[in-house]
Design a protein around this ligand. Structure first.
Ligand SMILES: *[C@@H]1O[C@H](CO)[C@@H](O)[C@H](O)[C@H]1NC(C)=O
Ligand SMILES: *[C@@H]1O[C@H](CO)[C@@H](O)[C@H](O)[C@H]1NC(C)=O
Ligand SMILES: *[C@@H]1O[C@H](CO)[C@@H](O)[C@H](O)[C@H]1NC(C)=O
Ligand SMILES: *[C@@H]1O[C@H](CO)[C@@H](O)[C@H](O)[C@H]1NC(C)=O
Length: 479
């Protein structure tokens, strides 16, 4: 994901986990996914990971292979008969922070005497159905398999903790927000209600709106500066590549057209991340839109942008701007489940086979480079996962058929979206389904309602959390 990312859960417990270095991560996947990889055990009192023996394949009766799926439990607030808050893992590793207060879930749990259980998504972190992330093994990484994991896991926890008639509420944000909505849709007898934050339930092959919202969110002046830089860099790439490489501290020489696209996409990263997470309460932030644009609008556009870009690289653990397509691909070909790019590889797979979400620069109404094309992303699917020449076609129509996309027909679900967040475009923003609630947060970023409140939260964000509490309350106290 690089392009993608959905990101969600970021974190608080920032550690030194360096986010990949040079080519990869920055560039793939986790680019807009600040966080999960930085959540980690923060103190000795953190709960220990626990393990559930899970089926590798829920749909092949002749396959009885199993793997260990990681989860965490916090029973501090739980009173017997109380509800169970099931926090669903998304496209990144799970950590103790998922149950120790990084998210607003703990405040809700305290209010309702809930058991908090967080479970890791297959093929992320330590929950590996197969020994490595080879393309052959990734065929077990599908949304259906992940939802089936959560269903059987839910049954196991119900028995283990003897939860009786306690109500089950699932939580998730971003991709796991979609999973949360879909757990309620597909397993209504197991999940009584869902919080589905910033859920991009509409898969879409190419996603030009992403950068359009970035443009709108930063405003016309700031967007014009970025467009100026894109135009200037494009001109310089035609006749003075050496200067571009030096100004932006490129990791490698920019040689081919695919290198150009890779480099131009890298330049969008800091701005996109700043917008997506604007003023959230994640506590892991380099800038917000205000501080970023103040810097970009000051002095020479090229110098200002380069300075911002290079600061962002340092902040995100890279010391240079990714600029070689081949080395980016090479880093994404690493099948080591403990490698720096493991989560990026798994998520990229999910986009190549099911979601698309490719954040192209092809709209005229955005300031980034039009070299960031759909072909550029589809080429990556082929080059990363093979075989050579195979044309990946994400199963968009199937995902829409299976879950309903923006025509979502679950019940007892709230689907909040922040309008500053580019991902809101793919969310449920209006509905004729009287059994769900949407909640628009005009000033909101990606997943902002999932973090605990902070001073000066906008009224719409405060109201969204109140609606979540009211929904949970209505589910728990219904017969
Ligand atoms: C549960 O979360 C609270 C914060 O909400 C934390 O203080 C407590 O230590 C956690 N309990 C366990 C067992 O992790
Ligand atoms: C970018 O802005 C600078 C200074 O504001 C201006 O001199 C230059 O012509 C602009 N470049 C492009 C390509 O628009
Ligand atoms: C970035 O850092 C790595 C490891 O610290 C080093 O090997 C590499 O040469 C550095 N690259 C640049 C462009 O500074
Ligand atoms: C943006 O960040 C600055 C510096 O941290 C802070 O003073 C300002 O309040 C933030 N802007 C908004 C709208 O919160």
């Amino acid at each position: 994901m690089k392009y993608i990312i959905l990101s969600l859960f970021l974190t608080i417990l920032v550690t030194n986990a360096v986010r990949l270095g040079h080519d990869s991560a920055l560039n793939k996947g986790l680019k807009y996914y600040r966080g999960v990889d930085k959540l980690s055990a923060s103190s000795v009192s953190d709960p220990s990971p626990m393990w559930y023996t899970q089926q590798v394949d829920h749909f092949d009766p002749s396959n009885s292979d199993t793997f260990q799926q990681q989860y965490y439990v916090n029973s501090t607030y739980y009173a017997p008969g109380g509800p169970i808050f099931l926090v669903l893992g998304g496209e990144g590793p799970l950590t103790a922070g998922y149950v120790t207060g990084h998210f607003v879930v703990n405040l809700y749990a305290q209010k309702f005497n809930a058991l908090i259980v967080a479970v890791e998504h297959r093929f992320y972190g330590k929950s590996m159905p197969k020994p490595d992330l080879s393309t052959e093994n990734l065929k077990f990484l599908t949304t259906q398999q992940a939802l089936a994991d959560y269903a059987t896991f839910r049954q196991y926890i119900a028995q283990k903790y003897n939860t009786g008639n306690g109500k089950w509420i699932s939580f998730g944000g971003s991709y796991s927000g979609s999973l949360s909505a879909w757990m309620r849709l597909k397993y209504p007898h197991l999940i009584d209600g869902a919080i589905a934050t910033s859920a991009p339930v509409l898969p879409q092959l190419d996603f030009p709106e992403y950068f359009e919202v970035v443009s709108t969110s930063v405003g016309p002046t700031c967007s014009a500066v970025i467009a100026n830089v894109t135009a200037t860099v494009t001109q310089m790439l035609a006749n003075d590549r050496a200067s571009v490489q030096s100004i932006f501290n490129a990791c490698d020489p920019i040689v081919t057209d695919l290198d150009v696209a890779t480099f131009m996409e890298s330049l969008s990263g800091g701005v996109a991340e700043t917008v997506q997470y604007n003023n959230d309460n994640n506590k892991y932030t380099m800038s917000n839109i205000t501080t970023m644009c103040a810097q970009l609008e000051q002095g020479d556009p090229l110098q200002a942008f380069a300075s911002f870009n290079n600061r962002y690289n340092t902040f995100s653990g890279a010391n240079c701007t990714t600029s070689s397509y081949n080395s980016m691909i090479q880093s994404m070909q690493d099948v080591d489940p403990n490698g720096d790019n493991a989560a990026s590889r798994s998520w990229t797979w999910q986009t190549c086979i099911e979601y698309g979400y490719f954040q192209v620069g092809e709209s005229p109404n955005q300031p980034f480079s039009s070299t960031i094309t759909l072909d550029y992303f589809l080429q990556q699917c082929t080059d990363i996962f093979g075989p050579p020449g195979y044309q990946y076609q994400p199963a968009i129509d199937w995902i829409i058929a299976d879950y309903g996309a923006t025509d979502y027909q679950g019940s007892n679900v709230i689907l909040p979206n922040g309008l500053v967040d580019p991902w809101h475009i793919l969310g449920v923003l209006q509905t004729t389904n009287p059994n769900i609630q949407i909640s628009i947060i005009p000033e909101g970023a990606h997943c902002s309602d999932l973090y605990p409140p902070k001073p000066n939260d906008p009224a719409s964000l405060i109201a969204t959390r109140q609606k979540e509490v009211a929904l949970i309350s209505s589910i728990i106290y219904s017969k």
